[in-house]
Write a protein that binds this ligand. Structure first.
Ligand code: BG6
Length: 463
């Protein structure tokens, strides 16, 4: 019987992870410190149940078994990140041979299992020494990142063909410089804008390095969390609010990465509030040369907004939220565990926007997923019956399928995540994996969704 939702030949089925969230071994193998090691050591109370990044899911030691499990559930692709502080302790200088061996082993094992590795170069994990130098506020860190990227291309580019400069670059801006959920816990929009701008400069430099590295068959991209901004109503004030939220949270990275240019309106808006970053001669040309080949899209939830109820405090620090209030739509479907709205059609709206306004750039869903607390309550016969996750994934896949049928250039779907992993301040609070992880014994156990995705990947679709 023909499948109702059949995906194009060669569709990428897999999952995504990041170094700090899965590797563990944070003080082993010659790894240097990053901001997460440092922050947890200094303020463990900021992390759920005070669990830090030192051992996480121990992929560093268990990678071979994990890759076997990926194969088992039908993955043909998998995204991991390279830890900058593991590869180059301190962020600058010679590479750490133990790290080279580790990443070589992982890449080789993936290839031996016919799973194509996708690599992210930066997933929220600044080496501590470079943060102390100013982190992304400092232009010298941009140079250090370009060097690091070049090393990665040289070391692994013979086998790795899909490279991503940054994962969700806006998150460290929001977390570290506006809303206090990442180190260095600064609240200052001007500095946030500088960090965002330098991140894009670093991205563009890495793209330049990639192009000159001449990696045969290679593609370079960026992973963005695109969160469509839906207005409460069609009232002009609500529309204005959603337009502003879109400029701040989506177009601030999407436009420079795909079109090579910042939106004029965003520049005007920041200029009006005296928040423009320092720039250098030649930056615009650099940005244009940094246009990506491929875009990874992370989608978890929509953003619903309305016109502001009250005027912002003119003496308070400038915030994007001076332009909108969040809107809690009555009756919205929620993931009550993570507190995020579930709106499957959002994935389709993103793709249509990319098709119509961004040259239908090649893309894939780089993350989508459902974090659930206390999942052990859904345990039956030793396996978590996560029917809610199956419903979540299939609901999104149906809309993705429709986008593809309507001509959107989407090549794959990766779940966040392969196994339960350490989620920054939330540590192991919300579980996302196809496999559960016992954080004491590190034992992996498939959930019901692992069996389901195996079938979907193997049939390249579902009914
Ligand atoms: C994305 C990140 O923001 O969402 C991941 O790329 C993160 O690193 C994931 O873990 C899930 O969010 P959270 O906050 O529940 O961990």
């Amino acid at each position: 019987m023909a499948l109702q939702y059949k995906f194009p030949e060669g569709f990428w089925w897999g999952s995504a992870t990041s170094a700090t969230q899965i590797e563990g071994a944070s003080e082993e193998g010659g790894k240097g410190q990053n901001i997460w090691d440092h922050w947890h050591r200094n303020e463990p109370n900021r992390f759920f149940e005070e669990v830090g990044p030192e051992s996480t899911s121990d992929f560093y030691h268990l990678y071979k078994e994990d890759i076997g499990l990926m194969k088992e559930i039908g993955h043909n692709t998998f995204r991991l990140s390279i830890s900058w502080s593991r590869l180059i302790p301190g962020g600058r200088g010679p590479v750490n041979p133990e790290a080279v061996t580790f990443y070589n082993n992982v890449i080789n094992e993936l290839m031996a299992q016919d799973i194509e590795p996708f690599i992210t170069l930066y997933h929220f994990d600044m080496p501590l020494e470079l943060q102390q130098e100013g982190g992304w506020e400092s232009r010298s860190v941009v140079e250090a990142y370009a060097e690091f990227a070049g090393q990665c291309f040289r070391l692994f580019g013979d086998r790795v063909k899909k490279w991503f400069t940054f994962n969700e670059p806006i998150v460290p801006v929001e977390g570290g410089y506006l809303y206090d959920f990442h180190y260095p816990n600064i609240v200052d929009a001007r500095r946030a804008v500088q960090v965002a701008y330098h991140t894009m400069m670093a991205h563009a430099k890495a793209v330049g390095t990639f192009r000159s590295a001449g990696i045969t068959g290679g593609q370079i991209g960026i992973i963005l969390n695109l969160t469509p901004s839906y207005p409460r109503s069609q009232h002009p004030a609500d529309l204005k609010a959603s337009h502003a939220a879109d400029l701040f949270f989506n177009r601030s990275f999407l436009d420079p990465a795909v079109l090579g240019k910042y939106p004029d309106e965003l520049v005007e808006l920041l200029s009006e509030h005296g928040q423009l970053p320092h720039t250098e001669k030649g930056d615009q040309a650099l940005l244009e040369a940094g246009i990506v080949d491929i875009l990874g899209v992370n989608y978890y939830q929509p953003r619903r907004v309305k016109a502001k109820e009250h005027l912002p405090n003119p003496y308070g620090p400038f915030m994007p939220d001076w332009y909108f209030d969040n809107y809690e739509m009555p009756g919205r479907k929620m993931n009550p565990y993570r507190g995020w709205e579930i709106y499957e059609k959002g994935i389709y709206d993103i793709m249509v926007n990319l098709r119509d306004n961004y040259g239908n750039i090649q893309s894939y869903i780089a993350e989508n997923g459902m974090g659930v607390q206390d999942e052990s309550r859904f345990m039956e016969n030793g396996e978590i019956q996560d029917d809610y996750r199956i419903e979540f994934i299939s609901g999104h896949l149906k809309w993705l399928h429709r986008a593809i049928e309507e001509g959107c250039n989407v090549k794959g779907y990766h779940l966040w995540s392969f196994m339960d992993n350490w989620s920054w301040m939330n540590a192991y609070k919300n579980r996302y994996g196809f496999f559960s992880v016992d954080i004491d014994t590190k034992k992996r156990t498939p959930k019901k969704s692992a069996h389901w995705i195996k079938q979907v990947s193997e049939q390249n679709g579902f009914s």
